[in-house]
Design a protein around this ligand. Structure first.
Ligand code: NAD
Length: 459
């Protein structure tokens, strides 16, 4: 089978590479000529574990190629995947669909031209981008206008991969969702995902609107789960309970599950914030408001700001003239993606409060420099700490999980660690002579509050 993938970003590149690994012949298209040139040179434009090896192997096998020429890429394709960005539209939070619609127009023109050569060609145009309910129909109407004579169907195949484990997620997903109205489109999609049938991946076939809504509902639900445990963490701090144990205690309930119950500085990234905003807009336009999701967004925004206040308070209420070491800038580990990262809200507030920041991130510095120019970027974790008045752990990269605490103690001018990801045990920090503040956990040196004592009596 042959496919074209339009948009060679985190989703398009990973999907294209994985489909080629399934044995499909794939052409990845992007308007960004620099990105395509780098890919043709064997350079990855994004940081994603395992991607380079997968791309290199499939390019060498002749199944994967890159181009800026959409028309030639589409010729003879059984399916064309639209995997362009759908960022938040400025002002109203709606998904900006201009890239999707521009791609649809271009696909339509290419299908019309290709039809001259092969009048019987049939193509499924698939939206893989996360798009609001009704977008698939709009794509179909654009195609109907631009290439009325061509034989095509539109399908929705939302992507659930996570940056950092994108290849594994694509190759072994929890499920594949396919929204399509015609049996012909379903047949093409079934063939493309055949290797996943063989490993018994659940395939959910729905109509297009339902598939579109499944993606947003999944992201909003996960964002709500994170926000819930973050608020419980605040309550834990107020009453002297331990949020890690609360998360374990509730997560062991099969109805709740343990994932996405890690308290932290608030969710970020290229999907949850923008998808929640877009879902809220869709719901309000449909006069079926999603108050829960609206609240999740408000609580999450406030949380990121409060993390800055927490750091300032931990440093004695003022950062004037202080040097703060920052570990981790990306919204999560194993990616270079800085989109909507909590660091983008937290760090400027620390700078505004008078701090000098020295930061290190294993993959995000190149992107971070563009967004956070007023930071001293360091070569490694320990360099950030030299003479610092506090160390703040913002992103839980593996390499920050096993720091040499004696060295940390020696490098810091003030032995204070503020861990926004709870990656250390309070007791080991105390043993290393470090004051330790984390999220929703009592510090070993902190006096027990009356409320905590009372809870213990009740227990
Ligand atoms: P991205 O910004 O990394 O990549 C989008 C690419 O599309 C860019 O390289 C851009 O140059 C290209 N592009 C834009 N218009 C084009 C056109 N007309 N023709 C060809 N190329 C064009 O975006 P992403 O993170 O890969 O996300 C893509 C979609 O997938 C979004 O809707 C997003 O919500 C969704 N999604 C993202 C993730 C994720 O983890 N990043 C996960 C699931 C779903």
């Amino acid at each position: 089978m042959r496919i074209a993938v339009i948009g060679t970003g985190y989703v398009g590149l990973v999907s294209g590479a994985c489909f080629s690994e399934f044995g499909v012949s794939v052409v990845c298209v992007d308007t960004d000529a620099t990105k395509i040139a780098r890919l043709r040179n064997g350079e990855m434009p994004i940081w994603e574990p395992g991607l380079e090896a997968l791309v290199t192997a499939n390019v060498a096998a002749g199944r994967l190629s890159f181009t800026t020429e959409l028309k030639s890429a589409i010729a003879g394709a059984d399916a064309v995947f639209i995997a362009v960005g759908t960022p938040s539209r400025r002002g109203d939070g709606h998904a900006d669909l201009s890239y999707v619609f521009a791609a649809a127009e271009e696909i339509g023109r290419a299908l019309a031209e290709n039809r001259m050569k092969n009048p019987r060609a049939y193509t499924v145009v698939v939206t893989k981008s996360t798009v609001p309910v009704g977008t698939g129909r709009k794509v179909a109407s654009i195609l109907g206008r631009v290439c009325p004579q061509s034989q095509f169907d539109v399908a929705s195949n939302p992507e659930f991969l996570r940056e950092g484990s994108a290849i594994e997620d694509f190759m072994r997903p929890d499920r594949v969702v396919i929204g399509a109205d015609s049996e012909a489109a379903r047949t093409v999609m079934r063939q493309l995902y055949r290797p996943l049938y063989l490993i018994e991946t659940p395939m959910l076939f729905t109509d297009i609107e339902t598939a579109e809504l499944i993606k947003y509902s999944a992201n909003a639900f996960l964002a709500a789960k994170i926000t819930f445990i973050n608020e419980i963490a605040d309550l834990c701090e107020a009453v002297g309970a331990d949020v890690q144990d609360v998360a374990k205690g509730i997560g062991l309930d099969g109805r709740i599950g343990r994932k996405f119950l890690h308290a932290g500085p608030g969710f970020g990234g290229s999907c949850f914030p923008k998808d929640c905003r877009a879902l809220v807009r869709t719901a309000s336009e449909a006069e079926a408001p999603l108050t829960i999701v609206e609240t999740v967004l408000q609580v999450n925004e406030a949380r990121k700001r409060r993390m800055a206040e927490k750091i300032i308070a931990a440093c004695g209420g003022t950062l004037a003239g202080k040097k703060i070491a920052i570990l981790g800038l990306t919204f999560k580990p194993n990616t270079d993606d800085m989109r909507d990262a909590p660091s983008l809200v937290i760090l400027p507030r620390l700078i505004a409060a008078g701090a000098t920041l020295r930061a290190f991130d294993p993959a995000g510095i190149e992107e971070a420099r563009k967004l956070l120019p007023d930071i001293v970027y360091c070569e490694d974790a320990y360099e950030t700490m030299e003479g610092a008045d506090a160390l703040v752990l913002v992103t839980e990269w593996n390499e920050f999980r096993a720091l040499d605490l004696a060295r940390v103690r020696q490098l810091l001018a003030t032995p204070l660690v503020i861990d926004l990801r709870n990656i250390y045990r309070p007791a080991e920090m105390a043993e290393a002579g470090l004051s330790y503040i984390s999220i929703g956990r009592p510090s070993p040196s902190a006096p027990k509050s009356g409320a905590r004592a009372e809870l213990r009596v009740l227990a």
